[in-house]
Design a protein around this ligand. Structure first.
Ligand code: FPP
Ligand code: MG
Length: 496
């Protein structure tokens, strides 16, 4: 079966994939059979629901970019060597374990799919000789005089300046040239800048995980003790900072201001998203200025002195008036969903969407393609995080590789509980106090079961999945595009 489908044309494969998806979606009907389900039965059934259907495993998206993917950790290691052995240990810790690597995989597959657009139609930027080093794939007329000037491995400032303290030891932290691409790889159309982009994206993501585990008081990640446990909070935070700093140097060396702006914004967005999660303004009980910390304890924060104006960002989410009398349930649920999706974009979809856009910018593709690539990453990212929030309710720790059922305990109101809140207004109080009182978590879980919160969450993820698949149609049909379609569907059906 597998080999038969592998040899099918991309269009046929996509069709087969769609058929297998229909099967998965069809199996959702268990929720409508109103049997007296216990919560555990619902969870068990939901677990089955998120197992990828075996028939659809016809195409391994890794295989198309296997060379780049298998060298990812090694290439990143070249970018993060420091002068301190312990810093080296901490900052490479998460790269040692097998992560999903979904972000670099998206960048690489998209880059490959973009390479199927004829070079004549990719003239939005000048692709220079350094961009296409030894890539016979490019038969066009690359220019030697573009803004890029040099390769992703060349420093912009003199190395003696970058090194600073001992200019005699001229050691460029990012000096190790990328492995020479073997011939088959040189033919694959992925530009060195796009390959570096994939590495940068994984570095930013990993930095955010090191910080996130400190914030979430996590104890495991990728089946091992998390960085904060293995090394201490202080070292984990510093290693995250270091990864970000090295990623920033690599970003600068892409020598494309548009891409620098995009990637720098993803870093700001990650922090904004995490802050939205930390201080859930929409659902703060009295709209007051207090922080409820992870232990459910109320902590007041200092009043501003007024010396520095605090500016709201243009994409700040409105906070509805929150006095008890004025509470309009549905308006509040709607605002909470808006807040949730906004946070989800910033926390997860921003990096996927802006790096997808960056891959398209680097390819030289036209504006409409760039927009679709951005929307693809955005829809895929939203789908990814919504599924993650669903799996938090349904998976076991061992299957997920990190602690599950953690969101409610951390006081987080994600899609499943918001759907339940819509039907049961009393849950608002529990959400407001971040499930901090004894029994709150259990009540919330039962409400999710009673009001089909998981099924509704899944439908929401499916909607974003469909939109992402539609965005991919801006690209010419190819194996890489089929692999992206497969990846998109498997994000929806993943179990970890
Ligand atoms: C995982 O979320 C965390 C993120 C996707 C982003 C975290 C961002 C920060 C901590 C801001 C700092 C950012 C940088 C770039 C240093 P999760 O807790 O829902 O997932 P998990 O279950 O995998 O922990
Ligand atoms: Mg976390």
């Amino acid at each position: 079966m597998l080999s038969r489908v592998r040899s099918a044309t991309p269009r046929l494969r996509a069709l087969k994939l769609q058929q297998s998806r229909v099967k998965v979606v069809g199996s959702c009907s268990f929720y409508s059979t109103h049997s007296p389900n216990t919560f555990n039965t619902a969870v068990e059934t939901a677990e089955k629901l998120v197992q990828p259907p075996t028939e659809s495993v016809f195409h391994d998206p890794f295989s198309i970019v296997s060379h780049e993917m298998s060298n990812l950790a090694k290439s990143i290691a070249n970018l993060i060597g420091s002068g301190h052995p312990t810093l080296n240990r901490v900052s490479s810790y998460y790269f040692e374990a097998d992560g999903k690597n979904v972000r670099p995989l998206i960048v690489l597959l998209l880059s490959k799919a973009l390479s199927n657009i004829p070079l004549e139609q990719r003239n939005r930027i000048k692709i220079d000789t350094y961009d296409v080093t030894e890539q016979p794939h490019f038969k066009g007329t690359p220019t030697k005089t573009s803004v890029a000037g040099k390769s992703v491995d060349d420093s912009i400032s003199p190395l003696r300046i970058l090194h600073g303290i001992n200019p005699k030891v001229i050691l460029d932290p990012l000096s190790k040239p990328m492995d020479k691409l073997p011939q088959f790889d040189a033919m694959n159309g992925i530009l060195p800048k796009q390959r570096r982009l994939a590495e940068i994206v994984e570095m930013i993501h990993t930095a955010s995980l090191l910080h996130d585990d400190v914030i979430d008081l996590s104890d495991s990640r990728r089946g091992r003790p998390s960085g904060n446990i293995a090394f201490t909070n202080k070292m984990a935070v510093l290693a995250g900072d270091f990864l970000l700093a090295r990623a920033s140097v690599a970003i600068a060396r892409l020598r494309n201001p548009e891409v620098i702006e995009l990637l720098s914004t993803t870093i700001a967005n990650l922090v904004e998203g995490e802050f939205m999660q930390l201080k859930n303004t929409v659902m703060a009980p009295n709209g007051n200025n207090n922080i409820i910390n992870n232990d459910g304890e109320d902590k007041s924060i200092p009043e501003p002195t007024g010396k520095v104006p605090t500016k709201q960002h243009e994409y700040c989410v409105k906070t509805p008036t929150q006095t008890k009398e004025e509470l309009d349930h549905l308006t509040n649920v709607e605002a909470a969903f808006e807040y949730y999706l906004h946070k989800t974009y910033l926390k997860t979809a921003s990096l996927m969407s802006k790096s997808s856009r960056a891959a398209a910018v680097l390819s030289g593709a036209q504006d409409d393609v760039i927009e679709n690539c951005y929307d693809f990453g955005r829809n895929l990212g939203l789908c990814f995080q919504i599924v993650d929030d669903m799996l938090d309710y349904t998976s076991s720790d061992a299957a997920f590789g990190k602690p599950t059922q953690a969101d409610l305990k951390l006081g987080l109101a994600t899609a499943p509980i918001l759907f339940a809140w819509k039907e049961q207004p009393q849950l608002g109080e529990l959400i407001g106090r971040k499930f901090s009182e004894p029994g709150d978590v259990e009540i919330a879980r039962r409400a999710v079961e009673k009001y089909n919160g998981l099924e509704k969450t899944r439908e929401m993820a499916e909607d974003y999945c469909r939109r992402a698949l539609k965005n991919l149609r801006c690209l010419p049909e190819s194996d890489a595009r089929s692999a992206l379609e497969f990846l998109t569907n498997s994000i929806l059906t993943r179990s970890k």
